[in-house]
Design a protein. Structure first.
Length: 453
C-alpha cells in the first residue's frame, strides 16, 4: 500500500512540522479486537529523538481483554501465568496523517509484532494483510468501501452514561432518510466530521439522513481494502471525538433501540494488479466474480461471528428490517445478504450482514477468505433470488452470538484460511462476551418480572 493522496504526511513532512512547533503530539495507534483505536500519545520531540529510532511497546493484554478492558481467561497469547509481557508497535508510515480536529496532532497506525519481530497473528490488521497477500499472489488487489451508520444525540457522552444510555434526545425527532431539512438541523456536526476527515486524507463522498431518529451516514470513496479498514477505524474514533466537541454523543452500536439498527454494508471487488477489471465486462459477470460471490455465500454462516461480533449485533437480524436474514444473493436486491450492484469497472458485491459495531479488518478478511475459497474450488453460483428474501426458503444466518460462535469454531474453511490460533482467539472472545451476558440481569428482565411474576 502507498500513501493514497497528498493530504497524508510523509515522515520528512512530520519532522518539519515538529521542528516548526506546528505538531507537538504524535499518536501511535493500532486497532484492537473490538475494532477500536488504541495506543499512545507521544510528545513530538520525544517521538523524533527517541521513539522514531527505538520504537514503543504496549502490554500484550491489549489483544486479550473484554470491551471494559478487563483481563479475562482463555487467551493463549496473554495471561497472568505468562506475565503479561509486551508487544511492539510498528508504524506503517503510509498511514501517517494529521488529525485536524485535534490541535497540533498527527497519527500513524501500527502493526503489532512480538519482541522477536514476528507478527502477532491475532492482530486484526495482520489478519487482513495475510488475506491480501493471497490476493496479491494471484496478481490482483482488493478494493473496498464501508457504509457506516450512527445515531447522534443532543446529550454528551457523560450525560448518556449518567442516564444509563436511556431516554436520550436524538438530534432528529423523525425519520430523516434523504431529508435535506432533517440533515440541515445536524449540519454543523456532519460538516465538521466531513471536512476534518477530508483534511485527514479520506475521500469523503457526502452525508445523508437515515431511518432511525437521529440516524445518519457519512460515505467515503472506495479504496484498497487495507486503506479502507484503516480509514474506517480512524473515522469511527474521530466522529465520536468531534461529536463530543459539539456537546453531543453518537453510537455505532448495531441496535440501539427497537427501531432501525446501524448497519455497515461492505462493498468489495477484485481488480488485476494493473487495474484491469476482472469481475466482468459490461453487464456480463466473469466466472471469477461468480466463484467469488459463491464462496462468500458458502462461508457466510462460518464467518458470521466476524460480521456480527457482539450480543447486540444479532438484534438487527429481523424480517423487513433492511438487515438480512437469508443467505442469498440478488441483483440490486436489498432483502438479500449479498447484493450485486454496478457493472463493468463499478461491478461489486455488497455484504449487508455487518452492523455498525463490526471490526472492518476482520469482516474484510472473512469476505476475502470466503471469496478465495470460492475461486480456488470453482464453486458454482446459485441462481439469484428474485423477490423478497425474507419470505424465501433460503438458509438463515445464525441469529445468536452462541450459534455464530459454534459455526466459526467448527469451520474447516475458517481454520484453513485464518489459522487455528486466530480462530481459537476469536472463539474465546465470543465465550467471554457470552459469559458476561449470561451473568447480567437486563432491564427487560426487571420490567418483565419485578412485580408481575
Amino acid at each position: 500500500m502507498s500513501t493514497p493522496n497528498d493530504r497524508y504526511l510523509t515522515l520528512d513532512a512530520l519532522r518539519a512540522l515538529i521542528e516548526a512547533d506546528e505538531v507537538d503530539t504524535v499518536v501511535l495507534a493500532f486497532t484492537d479486537m473490538q475494532g477500536r483505536l488504541q495506543g499512545k500519545r507521544l510528545h513530538g520531540r520525544y517521538f523524533l529523538d527517541v521513539a522514531l529510532e527505538s520504537g514503543t511497546e504496549g502490554c500484550n493484554y491489549l489483544l486479550a481483554v473484554d470491551v471494559d478492558m478487563n483481563t479475562v481467561a482463555g487467551y493463549t497469547i496473554s495471561s497472568w501465568e505468562k506475565g503479561y509481557g509486551d508487544m511492539e508497535f510498528v508504524p506503517d508510515w503510509d498511514t501517517l496523517r494529521l488529525l485536524p480536529h485535534l490541535p497540533a496532532t498527527a497519527l500513524v497506525q501500527c502493526d503489532l509484532v512480538w519482541l522477536d519481530h514476528a507478527p502477532v497473528p491475532q492482530s486484526p490488521r495482520t489478519i487482513l494483510k495475510n488475506q491480501l497477500e493471497k490476493v496479491a499472489a494471484m496478481d490482483m488487489v482488493a478494493l473496498a468501501g464501508t457504509e457506516l451508520e450512527f445515531i447522534a444525540f443532543n446529550n454528551t457522552f457523560e450525560e448518556a452514561h449518567d442516564k444509563r444510555w436511556r431516554d436520550l434526545t436524538p438530534v432528529n425527532q423523525y425519520n430523516v432518510d434523504y431529508s435535506l431539512i432533517g440533515t440541515s438541523r445536524v449540519e454543523p456536526l456532519l460538516r465538521d466530521i466531513r471536512n476534518h476527515m477530508y483534511a485527514a486524507g479520506m475521500d469523503v463522498e457526502g452525508a445523508k439522513g437515515e431511518c432511525n431518529f437521529g440516524q445518519h451516514e457519512i460515505g467515503f470513496l472506495y479504496a484498497e481494502a487495507l486503506a479502507t479498514a484503516d480509514n474506517h477505524a480512524v473515522y469511527k474514533t474521530a466522529a465520536k471525538e468531534i461529536a463530543a466537541q459539539h456537546g453531543k454523543s453518537l453510537t455505532f452500536m448495531a441496535k440501539y433501540d427497537e427501531r432501525e439498527g446501524n448497519s455497515c454494508h461492505i462493498h468489495l471487488s477484485l481488480r488485476g494488479a494493473d487495474g484491469t477489471v476482472v469481475f466482468g465486462e459490461g453487464h456480463e459477470r466473469s466466472a471469477l466474480y461468480d466463484h467469488f460471490v459463491a464462496g462468500v455465500l458458502a462461508t457466510m454462516q462460518d464467518f458470521t461471528l466476524l460480521y456480527a461480533p457482539n450480543i447486540n449485533s444479532y438484534k438487527r437480524f429481523a424480517s423487513a428490517s433492511f438487515a438480512p436474514t437469508a443467505v442469498a444473493w440478488g441483483t440490486d436486491n436489498r432483502t438479500c445478504a449479498v447484493r450485486l450492484v454496478g457493472h463493468g469497472p463499478s461491478g461489486r458485491m455488497e455484504n449487508r450482514l455487518p452492523g455498525g459495531d463490526v471490526n472492518p479488518y476482520l469482516a474484510l478478511a472473512a469476505m476475502i477468505a470466503g471469496g478465495l475459497h470460492g475461486i480456488e474450488n470453482e464453486l458454482e453460483l446459485e441462481d439469484e433470488l428474485v423477490g423478497n428474501a425474507y419470505d424465501s426458503d433460503k438458509p438463515h444466518v445464525p441469529h445468536t452470538l452462541r450459534a455464530a460462535r459454534e459455526a466459526f469454531a467448527a469451520s474447516e474453511v475458517a481454520r484453513a484460511a485464518l489459522g487455528d490460533d486466530v480462530v481459537d482467539h476469536y472463539v474465546n472472545m465470543a465465550d467471554v462476551e457470552l459469559a458476561a451476558f449470561d451473568a447480567a440481569v437486563t432491564d427487560w428482565e426487571l420490567a418483565r418480572t419485578f412485580e408481575r411474576m
